[in-house]
Design a protein around this ligand. Structure first.
Ligand code: COA
Length: 168
């Protein structure tokens, strides 16, 4: 997508990040969250990551300053033994799908993770999601598991595919 800038998220991006993410909570099974994030929650989420090289948050900004997507790396699990693994995710607003924003965000995310002394990254994809599957495979993730009907949202059970990427 021409003119897109990917940069680290700032605290004042909280509202714009929610504007991208909350519709996926409200309308889709792509995320299993069911309650939309408030601006305060999103600010706290950004603050908790600030300065930790393992958990970057990046936004894709149009020339007019509006945000069309974001990517993040998140703790795999709070238990200390999992600290060398992260879960990565990327969300782009539907009007921008298929235009390279997801690729630009993941490029920048894995550049940011380079040197963070991580060993594995995981992408958890509610199936089917061909765009997300294509993106993860393009970035070197391998399909390592399918959890059958592990999730339930809007009254139906949903499979989740685990993608794994070796970082070091
Ligand atoms: C998944 C998502 C981030 C991809 O971002 P995007 O900007 O649309 O994707 P890009 O234009 O960068 O394309 C990335 C790859 O996906 C492929 N792709 C994009 N849309 C596709 C579609 N609808 N079906 C199949 N493949 C698709 C592209 O061809 C490209 O693959 P290639 O490099 O092998 O050609 C975006 O579609 C999105 O936000 N979807 C909703 C949220 C979501 O599913 N997030 C992931 C949660 S696990």
């Amino acid at each position: 997508m021409s003119g897109l800038t990917v940069r680290p998220a700032r605290l004042d991006d909280a509202d714009a990040i929610n504007a991208v993410y909350n519709p996926f909570i409200r309308d889709t099974v792509i995320t299993f969250e069911t309650v939309e994030h408030t601006v305060d929650q999103r600010r706290a989420w950004l603050q908790a990551r600030d300065g930790d090289a393992r958990y970057p948050v990046l936004v894709a900004e149009r020339p007019d300053g509006t945000i069309c997507g974001f990517a993040s790396a998140n703790p795999f699990d709070p238990r200390a033994g999992y600290a060398s693994s992260v879960k990565t995710s990327v969300f782009v607003e539907p009007a921008c799908h298929g235009l390279g924003a997801g690729t630009a965000l993941y490029n920048a995310l894995f550049e940011a993770l380079d040197g963070a002394e991580l060993h594995r990254a995981y992408g958890l994809v509610a199936a089917p999601n061909p765009a997300s599957a294509a993106l993860h495979k393009r970035f070197g993730f391998a399909h390592v598991a399918t959890l059958s009907e592990v999730g339930r949202k809007f009254g139906r059970f949903i499979d989740v595919i685990w993608f794994e990427k070796r970082l070091s």
